[in-house]
Design a protein around this ligand. Sequence first.
Ligand code: GRF
Length: 199
Amino acid sequence: MPPAPRSPLRLGILGSGKGSNFRAIADAISMGALDAEVCIVISDVEGAGILALARERKLRAEFVAPGKFKTKLEPEAEARLVALLREAGVDLVVLAGWMRMIKAPLLEAFPRKIINIHPSLLPAFPGLEAWRQALAAGAHETGCTVHYVDSGMDTGEVIAQSRVPVFPSDTPEELHARIQIAEHKLYPAVIGEFAKREL
Ligand code: GRF
């Protein structure tokens, strides 16, 4: 018989921004819709909204100083991140608006246990402000993608996607807001699938 899934699934959340995806995940847990537990929230931005949201919920919230690089962590910072996630007993690392590339130490510490949400239908529009890219390309449809994280930028294997229409009158802000509504449903649902199986 296969081993039973660990219940609840222990999440480590990494984010650099306002944290609306984290909030959607935490709300799904509070409502009993998601059998998981947020064990730690980590940010590379000291004043990030995601840390304030975590503290409001009395969850462990940690700032990790990123060091001198803009697009990745310094090796010492990445080692600290791995240590914090391990110490918290995390099963699944959930990137929720994390703005830096993930390197070998973290990828090797959590193989196929790091996921990300990206605001486009990958492989279309990887990188920054994907909703602006979709508008500039004249796309009629875009959406969001949950994928495994690898060493590339938004290149890991796709797990699930949700589609969103693009309207001719859309501003970038309106389109991003519509994509985020889809993100807030998709991410807790995908994490729920992980919670049902042994990691
Ligand atoms: C989301 O649009 C997500 O797709 C992207 O970063 C944004 C994070 O938003 N990776 P939030 O901090 O969860 O509100």
